[in-house]
Design a protein. Sequence first.
Length: 121
Amino acid sequence: MIYHVVPLTVWNAAPGQAYAPASLAEEGFVHCSPDEATTLAVVNAFYQDAPGPLLVLALDEARLTSRVEWEAAAPAPPPGVCGDVLFPHVFGPLDRDAVDHVLEVRWDDEGRAAGLSDTAG
């Protein structure tokens, strides 16, 4: 599994279409994470002000039709992630059929991502 963070409202905006976040047009790929712990670090570094609820798509890499490349974080990984961790970048839209399951970010009392919970998503 690889993981992608998305606000619920964005994920639900076009349910009949492949999902193509802004990063695909802006950077040429969709940012993903290699595991749940790294995903939580990404949420804490980049999604503190994102509208909630915040979902994490668990993607079956084999079911994606777009190319996936594992690359180093640039310029650096988020705090708490080792510098040698590679991140999966998807060079095209995310096929909804590739979503194995959907998780929701759980927040602690200080507003930090503390874990992921199963959803009916």
